[in-house]
Design a protein around this ligand. Sequence first.
Ligand code: C2E
Ligand code: MG
Ligand code: MG
Length: 449
Amino acid sequence: MHNPAQNREMARDAADLEFTDPLTGLGNQRRFHDKVDRLIRERADDPAPFAIGLLDLDGFKPINDLFGRSAGDFILQQVALRLNAAMDGNSFVARVGADEFAFLYPMIFSEEAVSQKARMLIEILSAPYDIGERTARLSASVGCSLFYSGDETTSHLVNKAETALYHAKRSGRGGVVVYTREMEEAAKRVTRIEQALRRAVSAGEVEPHFQPIVDLKSGTTIGFETLARWTDRDLGFVSPATFIPIAEERGIIAPLSQLVLRKATEAARTWPEHLFLSFNLSPSQLVDQNTGLQVLSILNRTGFDPRRLEIEITETGLMTDPASAEKIVDDLRRVGIRVSLDDFGTGQSSLGRLREFNFDKLKIDRAFVSSILEDKPSEHIIRAILAMCEGLGMDVVAEGIEEQAQADRLVQFGCAGGQGFLFGKPKNAEATLGYLRDSLRGAQRVRSA
Ligand code: C2E
Ligand code: MG
Ligand code: MG
C-alpha cells in the first residue's frame, strides 16, 4: 500500500506523462493546447496579442529510411534540444506530431517579429547532425498565427497556423508563412476545385490534349506530349498548373492520371506507328508502388505498344523517395517504356542522379530556351547540357520554343528535338488527327513532286 504522499506523487507522475513526449522529453500536444488555453484566458481583457508557430521538418521520412529508425529518433532528440535551447524565459516548445513541433510566444506582438523568430529556428536546425560517421542535414517549414481577439479559441489559432504551414510547405522547403485572411479564401477555393475535380474525374471529363514534338532539323513530328485539360461546368477552364498540384495533394492524381492515359493511348493507337506518345507522371505517383502496374494494365487494355510510350518525370519526383522511384522506373523500362527527365535545370538538379538513373531523354526547361537569344548564361547552360547528354547517350528535347530564331540557334548547338508553340499548341484528339492527316498529305505531295 502507498501512503497519501506517495499516491499524490504517483498521480503527479502520471499526469506529467500524459503531458510529456517520451522521446524528446518536451511537452506534447496536450501540454501545448493547455498552455495556449491558459494564455487566452489571461489575455481575455488585455489587448496584447501573442503568437504561435508550427514547425514541420522537411524531408524527414527519407532520412528515417536512409539512416534507420534509431538515427531518426536521435535526430528528433537533437532537434528538440536545439529548439528548446532557442526558447527564452517566456516562450515554450512542444512536440506535437512525428516531425512537427509547436511554439508559444507570449511576448511577441507582430507578424514581423514572429517570422523573424521562425527564420532563426530554421537556421538553427539547418546545421548538420552527426550520426556516427555520417552527417545529415535538415530543413523545416513554419506556419505562424497571432492571437488578436478574445473570441478566438486555441483550435482557431492552431487551425490558422496549420493553414499558414500548408502554404509554407507548398512554396518549397525552408519557408516561413504568417497566416492572413486571404489564405482562408485561397483554402476555400482549393477545396472547391478539389470537389469539382473529383466529380469530373469520376465522370470522365478530363481530356488529353497533344502537343507535337519535332525533329528540329527537318521539322517533322516525331511524337506528342499528353497534357491534361479540364473545363468545369461551373468553374470554367482550369489550368493544369492549378489542378495537377491539387490533385496530387488531395489524392486524386492516380485516378486522374489513369483516365487521361487511357484516353490518350486510345487516341494514339490509330496514329502512324513511328510516333511516340509521352506522358507526365507526378512526384507523388513515384512514391506509390501501384503506379507501374496501373500504367501497364492500361496499356494492356487499350492495346498500345509500350515501346511507343515515354514517361516524363521531374527531379522533384526522384527526390522524395529515390528507391521507390527507381523501382517504378525499372518496372516501366523492363517492358520497353522510355523514361525522360522533364523540366531539366530548374529543380534540385543533381548530376549524380543522372548517373544513377538511366534516362533515355532529357527535356531542357523552357526557362533556358526562352532566354537563349538574349542571355549568354542560358546559352552556355544549354550547350553544356547538350554536351553532357551526348556523352551520356541521352536524347534531348528543348521545351517552349516560340520563335524560329530560337529553333535555329538550338540546331546550331546540335539540339535534335524541340517542342513549343512554334510547332504547335496542345490540341485535342480530333484536331491532332486532323493535324496528322494534313502533315501526311504534305509529305506525300513532297514525295510525288
Ligand atoms: P510540362 O510537362 O513541362 O508541360 C509543358 C508545359 O509547357 C505545358 O503546359 C505546355 O502547354 C507548355 N508549353 C509548351 N510549349 C510552350 C511554349 O512555346 N510557350 C509556353 N509559354 N508554354 C509552352 P500545361 O499544359 O499548362 O501543363 C503544365 C504542367 O502541368 C506540365 O508541365 C506538367 O508538369 C503538368 N501536367 C499537365 N498534364 C499532366 C498530366 O496528365 N499528368 C501530370 N502528372 N502532370 C501534368
Ligand atoms: Mg512534361
Ligand atoms: Mg516540361
